[in-house]
Design a protein around this ligand. Structure first.
Ligand SMILES: [Zn+2]
Length: 122
């Protein structure tokens, strides 16, 4: 097995583990591994905000698994450059490189500031 496919295998395991963990938190049956806790029991412990958070991240993780299957995993969806390995270690479901992610966040922030400064002059 080459180093590259070992890496892919490692990220696949990690993503599948995260997807199942979040599925359990969302009160849904895990798709990849056997449940380690009773889903009923866990579902009773989490509130809906946590469920939303979990299903939001799980959606990103499932998208990452799909990219892994299609061979585009670890490639920035914006600029097409490879995403840093260090970034994938921390956020294995990341779909954008650091630069593009920052660009997107700054874009959202400046739109927010514009909206705020509009209000000041009303
Ligand atoms: Zn990028």
């Amino acid at each position: 097995m080459s180093n590259e496919s070992k890496n892919i295998e490692r990220f696949r395991n990690e993503l599948e583990r995260l997807a199942d963990e979040l599925a359990i938190e969302a009160g849904e049956p895990p798709a990849f591994t056997k449940a380690r806790a009773s889903t009923d029991e866990t579902a009773n412990l989490v509130d809906s905000a946590l469920k939303n958070l979990a299903s939001g991240r799980r959606r990103q993780i499932l998208q990452a698994l799909r990219r892994l299957q299609q061979g585009s995993y670890g490639i920035c969806a914006d600029c097409g450059r490879p995403i840093d390995k260090e970034r994938l270690e921390v956020i294995p479901e990341a779909g954008f490189c650091v630069a593009c992610q920052h660009g997107r966040e700054e874009g959202a922030e400046s739109r927010f500031k514009e909206a705020q400064s509009d209000e000041e002059y009303v």
